[in-house]
Design a protein around this ligand. Structure first.
Ligand code: PRP
Length: 181
């Protein structure tokens, strides 16, 4: 692969092959954890779509999928971390074994809100799987049960992650040059 596949990209962090291999490992962990059960994967639009579909193909227990979308913004006093559901789930999760699937966890505000909201709907269990964890940006502590990669505090794109809605479809994860991020 060339050093600069598309303008604005500094370097490739994870190749498509590395991502596929790691997703297989995490899917195997998940399959062991949920052996004998049916798993409901909930994807958080839009970023998690690529990861969720790749992950689901390697999970060896029966899987249902559903999606929600969130909006996050600052409140009147300028504090970040205000989150609301912009598109809710299609199905009830009461009594289901739910795995919330994220593309990235940064501050943790989104995940904290989603876990509180979904826990109120009485699932049998509720866990979290993220493709990327940028732990250095965490502001609120949230549980992450399954994670593919920890990443440095850099702006990354690809495999679902965007820059102004572009680059989600890259098969790899890349670090953007600072001036583009
Ligand atoms: C990303 C990601 C998480 C959230 C994590 O979504 O999918 O939902 O940010 O950030 P936090 O830990 O700081 O709350 P984004 O708002 O970029 O939307 P997208 O998935 O549509 O790109």
């Amino acid at each position: 692969m060339s050093a600069e596949p598309i303008p604005g990209i500094e370097r490739i962090l994870f190749t498509g092959e590395q991502i596929d291999a790691r997703i297989r490992e995490v899917a195997a962990e998940i399959s062991r954890s949920y052996a004998g059960r049916t798993l409901t994967l909930i994807g958080v639009l839009k970023g998690s779509v690529f990861f969720l579909t790749a992950l689901a193909r390697y999970i060896e227990v029966p899987v249902k999928i559903d999606f929600l979308a969130i909006s996050s913004f600052s409140n009147k006093s300028g504090s970040p971390g205000v989150v609301r559901i912009a598109k809710d789930l299609d199905e009830s999760i009461e009594g289901e074994d739910v795995l919330l699937v994220e593309d990235i966890v940064d501050t943790g505000f989104t995940l904290r809100y989603l876990l509180q909201t979904l826990a109120g709907r009485a699932p049998n269990s509720l866990s979290v799987c993220t493709f990327l964890d940028r732990n250095s940006r965490r502001i609120v502590q949230v549980p992450v049960d399954f994670c593919c990669f920890e990443i440095p505090d850099r702006f990354v794109v690809g495999f679902g992650l965007d820059c102004n809605q572009l680059y989600r479809n890259l098969s790899y994860v890349a670090v953007m040059k600072p001036e583009k991020a």
